[in-house]
Design a binder for this molecule. Sequence first.
Ligand code: AP5
Length: 212
Amino acid sequence: MKLVFLGPPGAGKGTQAASVKEAYSVAHISTGDMLRDNVKRETPLGREAKAFMDEGKLVPDELIINMIRNTISGDACTKGFILDGFPRTAPQAEALDVLLQEMGTSLDRAILFDVDDETVVSRLTSRRVCSSCGAIYNVHFDPPPEDGRCRNCGNLTIVQRKDDTEAVIRKRLQVYHDQTAPLIEYYTSRGLLSRIDGTGPKDAVLALLAER
Ligand code: AP5
């Protein structure tokens, strides 16, 4: 199984990828999580990426493509992978095609989670995440445990992401519409796109995904 999850910020890509990973034992590759890990460890990549991320802008393509290259071809991906948040630009999509071709394989599907902008703003301003393991919560739809401990890793590390303020969310949406939405046509023209309604409850979206 080799899937790309496409959609605006807050569409539920990470939430659904966690469920699919558990059900099918495939790798969940989130470029956002990889970048945040680099920022936390203050690596050269993390130092370079931080300012772009804080402002809701995309990190330059060459940094992202170099970061993802070894991961996709590594042992963790032998059973397949879900790419969450990558590709996000035409050059990234083209680089992915070349990389998969070099590996003698190709994508199975690109899944687009369709969610309107106001739903995105509402979901992301109420999102909380575990900064240790990446588990995703929502104060309205899926609240963190009352004792504040992550139910996945048990750490007291549930936080609000720095880029989940309304101003930065609106910037990320603009970047999505300008730079990432053209990939819908890119994958449609290759016969790979499946569009699903991402606005229903989490389990309803998972059921739609399972039909694809
Ligand atoms: P990244 O971390 O990828 O953020 P994003 O694409 O903006 O996506 P999100 O993680 O915000 O949303 P999601 O769709 O995963 O939603 P989630 O499941 O959490 O990227 C961050 C930054 O890194 C970028 O701005 C950029 O700077 C940089 N970057 C990353 N990749 C890059 C790349 N390839 N190129 C260049 N730069 C890159 O759900 C959101 C909330 O909604 C949660 O609270 C969840 O509980 C809730 N929710 C989910 N589904 C439902 C539902 N069905 N009903 C109700 N609530 C729901």
